[in-house]
Write a protein that binds this ligand. Structure first.
Ligand code: HEC
Ligand code: CU
Length: 333
């Protein structure tokens, strides 16, 4: 009799576990998929430092045209949230407070999101994606391949170090006042992006510029590389730089930011390669690189080296503006 009871009890435990776990999971899912009284779907999102899991969930599936209320909270430190494709920017998610925002994505697609505060040394890993599904009204227009791909640039080939380097800091405003017409390939931004500022040499060799000093020709180069970007756009890039890059590359662009040391993957790199984030004031490297090459680096990131990719967070205009901003570490405006 006693044995029988024990068996019954064991059976009861097994049944409870078998039924209980799915029930608990279902309740958990339901809680996550709650709806507010007005019928709007509510998604609870927790932002934790990446070592503790980052965003959860870090992948969301929404219906196109559906309004969803995101309730974001943080159990640890201050985080931020940007969803560039949906125009969402939350500067601060304070621990213990809930930030509520509503999103209503219209177009199907993948929308990356990211934390915007240096919440930990691994902050730059704190990203996620929102997938918006639904019948697309019209077939999505196929985007042209990024310029660096159209040009067939191999991102892993280091361009040769230029032979001529400026002695003083080239100044775009001084270049603008020289009244020298740029060759068409440099005047037009689209073709200029395929050329490296080491093109100084070609300008120097041009008999038309014989009367110019070397410093003048460098000023002309600085102007050619900065003339296409509006001051407001450049200012936007500057603020993105302090938000997204300065911690590794340093506020002064010299590659000595606190988060740039001991990045994972750096040690495994070729020992002859520089180990840290790029120094944007290094003329030998920066003058050898075309804007298109830098675009490729920003779109791809540094693979195992810790340099994140920014293609999913920046618009095209922001990418080119960021590249112009990187030029200002070497060229004065
Ligand atoms: C987590 C640290 C980190 C952050 C954040 C970061 N970088 Fe980097 N970056 C690196 C490292 C490390 C390298 C060197 C690795 C390499 O060359 O691939 C690098 C290299 C680069 C290079 C040159 C790549 C090459 O090989 O020539 C460019 C350009 C660059 N970063 C731009 C940026 C910009 C712009 C931002 C911000 C939008 C940024 N980085 C944010 C770490 C970082
Ligand atoms: Cu963060």
């Amino acid at each position: 009799m006693l044995v029988k009871r024990r068996e019954l009890f064991a059976l009861f435990v097994v049944v409870a576990v078998v039924l209980g776990i799915p029930a608990a999971l279902f309740a958990y899912q339901a809680a996550r998929q709650q709806r507010s009284p007005d019928g709007v779907r509510v998604v609870e999102m927790v932002a934790r430092a990446p070592e503790q899991g980052g965003f959860s969930p870090d992948r969301l599936v929404l219906q196109a045209g559906e309004t969803v209320r995101l309730r974001i909270s943080s159990p640890d430190v201050v985080h931020g949230l940007t969803i560039p494709g949906l125009g969402v920017n939350v500067d601060e998610i304070y621990p213990g407070k809930v930030v509520e925002i509503a999103v209503r994505p219209d177009k199907p697609g993948r929308y990356a999101f990211a934390c915007t505060r240096w919440c930990s040394v691994n902050h730059w890993r704190m990203r996620g994606v929102i997938e918006v599904v639904g019948a697309a009204a019209a077939p999505a227009p196929t985007e042209p391949a990024p310029l660096f791909q159209q040009l067939g640039i191999d991102l892993d080939v280091m361009p040769p170090t230029p032979t001529a380097l400026p002695v003083t800091r080239p100044m775009a405003s001084a270049g603008a006042t020289l009244g020298v017409a740029l060759p068409p390939a440099l005047a037009d931004p689209a073709s200029r992006r395929a050329i490296a500022p080491a093109a100084f040499q070609a300008l120097r060799n041009d008999p038309a510029n014989a009367a110019l000093s070397d410093a003048d020709v460098w000023n002309l180069v600085a102007w050619a590389w900065l003339k296409d970007v509006e001051p407001a756009t450049l200012a936007r890039a500057e603020s993105l730089y302090s938000r997204d890059c300065a911690a590794c590359h340093g506020p002064d662009g010299k590659g000595k930011g606190p988060a740039g040391v001991n990045l994972p993957g750096m040690v495994k790199m070729d020992p002859t390669m520089p180990r840290g984030p790029l120094d944007f004031t290094d003329a030998g490297v920066m003058l050898a690189a075309s804007d298109a090459l830098l675009q490729g680096k920003l779109l791809r990131g540094g693979m195992g080296t810790g340099m994140p990719e920014f293609g999913s967070l920046y618009s095209d205009e922001e990418l080119w503006a960021m590249i112009a901003h990187l030029r200002t570490f070497l060229f004065a405006k």
